[in-house]
Ligand binder design. Structure first.
Ligand SMILES: *[C@@H]1O[C@H](CO)[C@@H](O)[C@H](O)[C@H]1NC(C)=O
Ligand SMILES: *[C@@H]1O[C@H](CO)[C@@H](O)[C@H](O)[C@H]1NC(C)=O
Ligand SMILES: *[C@@H]1O[C@H](CO)[C@@H](O)[C@H](O)[C@H]1NC(C)=O
Length: 462
């Protein structure tokens, strides 16, 4: 009797401890506001994950990175090509997220605390009219980026240049881009503590949404069901099936309900809740690191075949933006030699779809082996990783310096200096860069690259 009571007491104490431990571990799990899989969100990733020092101080800049190439150098021009900030999901994804939410609420039999959390404490707050619009965090992305760039390059992004219209703003016509450029300007106002100056921008889709204007791209890739074959194959791969299976088990729903689209909707929910609200939502608990790597690869495959090296026209569609960039640099060099640079800074706001083709055209992040559905395992160390390259507010910054030995060009991606592929020394002479891209500078004709082969191609194919 005695020993039984003792055992019972011990059992009770043990299970009480078990409950406490469960609480502690789940609190631990939820405690960090950063999901463990936050580095795998691809184009839906937060900028701070690429530069973690910003988590502590969003306005901090690494001064050693904005020092001129040498003491005798003077910065004379800066062009920045920037992706819009954090945005709402598109209508298509919101619809999917709603279907997933309904599935979890009505079908899931799982017993996890985070599942109860989704069912009882989480509300489906996304509405279809949010359709891709910039969120408040997205405005902050651009305000803060503007302030950091002004701190890093004070002689170029200066109040004097701003007030005398030597800083030019160009944007894609999309709302999220226009709102981003206005937020960037607000950031500058705040940085210099000025109130009244009205600022303007120019909308130029020829430049910032070249992909819509390139007929060959639209026909051969955008509207071509087989152009993204590798993505479809990967969605049907064993790796993806295992993810579906693991998640169906965690939720305790039939495997047939957990389609790749539903898995992706859950991944999006986790990434949007984090990017928009900076919360580690219970949706993130559906994934372990392997799941996240598979989904990251799926997204990278899509970008690779639609915006990167997968098809040559993806890169070539950015020829006009490429030439525009070098014309600005040439003009600044010329102006500097013969007087005052009239356009000291150019800020251009567009999309991930604007930045990726340009980076690919210039040879950045080119892996030796193409990304395919079959080589997920061997592509672990790939350089084409959109989580690192194009998070929200991703930015390409080109700074032209006048030095004793000539003009030099620095290139920064997301505020980190990069070497041009094939040039391989930091801050090369501008003439070296021009030589390196000689073929593109002499060719890469947008009209020619983007026209369809033969006038009546569609008919002749019948
Ligand atoms: C600043 O940049 C330098 C040079 O790349 C690097 O060594 C240093 O760690 C960076 N500092 C911070 C705080 O990131
Ligand atoms: C857009 O930019 C291109 C290249 O700089 C230029 O030729 C064109 O005139 C601009 N279009 C508009 C509408 O400003
Ligand atoms: C569609 O894409 C496939 C695969 O890249 C390509 O072979 C085919 O020529 C494309 N079709 C058209 C009409 O461009």
């Amino acid at each position: 009797m005695r020993s039984t009571t003792g055992l019972l007491k011990r059992t009770l104490a043990f299970s009480a401890l078990g409950i406490i431990m469960l609480r502690v571990s789940s609190a631990y799990f939820h405690n960090s506001t950063i999901p463990a899989i936050a580095n795998y969100f691809g184009t839906k990733g937060r900028y701070e994950e690429v530069n973690p020092y910003l988590i502590d101080d969003i306005l901090s800049v690494n001064k050693s990175l904005s020092k001129p190439p040498s003491a005798d150098c003077r910065a004379i021009h800066l062009t920045a090509v920037i992706r819009h900030g954090t945005r709402y999901p598109t209508t298509k994804n919101i619809k999917r997220m709603k279907r997933l939410y309904s599935l979890v609420v009505h079908e899931s039999q799982g017993a996890y605390a985070w599942l109860r959390d989704i069912k009882h404490n989480w509300n489906m707050w996304y509405t279809e009219d949010m359709d891709g619009k910039l969120v408040e965090k997205g405005r902050d992305d651009h305000r803060h980026l503007a302030m950091r760039l002004a701190t890093s390059f004070p002689s170029l992004i200066s109040m004097d240049n701003f007030e005398n219209n030597r800083i030019k703003f160009i944007t894609s016509s999309k709302h999220r881009c226009v709102d981003s450029v206005e937020s960037f300007q607000e950031g500058l106002h705040r940085h210099w503590d000025i109130q009244d100056k009205q600022y303007t921008h120019e909308i130029n889709d020829t430049l910032m949404r070249f992909f819509d204007k390139c007929k060959k791209f639209v026909d051969d890739v955008e509207n071509n069901k087989t152009a993204l074959l590798e993505v479809d194959l990967f969605k049907a791969s064993d790796e993806m099936k295992k993810v579906q299976k693991r998640i169906a088990e965690r939720l305790a729903v039939p495997l047939s309900d957990m389609t790749p689209d539903m898995v992706e909707a859950a991944f999006f929910l986790c990434s949007y809740e984090f990017a928009i609200k900076t919360v580690n939502s219970p949706w993130c608990n559906m994934f372990d690191e392997t799941d996240a790597q598979v989904l990251e690869y799926k997204n990278d495959l899509k970008q690779y075949w639609k915006r990167g090296y997968g098809h040559d026209i993806n890169r070539k569609s950015s020829c006009s933006l490429f030439h525009d960039l070098f014309q600005r640099l040439d003009q600044a060099a010329y102006d500097h030699r013969f007087g005052l640079v009239s356009e000291v800074v150019t800020v251009q706001v567009g999309h991930a779809e604007t930045l990726l083709p340009l980076l690919s055209l210039m040879g950045f992040f080119r892996d030796e082996t193409p990304l395919t559905a079959a080589n997920f395992r061997t592509q672990h160390g790939r350089t084409f990783r959109t989580s690192q390259i194009v998070p929200y507010a991703a930015n390409l910054v080109f700074v032209l310096y006048d030095c004793n030995d000539g003009l030099r060009l620095r290139f920064l991606l997301n505020e980190k200096p990069m070497t041009f592929p094939g040039v391989d020394l930091p801050d090369p002479l501008y003439s070296t860069v021009r030589e390196h891209y000689g073929d593109l500078l002499r060719g890469c004709n947008f009209e020619k690259e983007c026209e369809l082969r033969g006038a009546n191609r569609k008919n002749t194919e019948l």
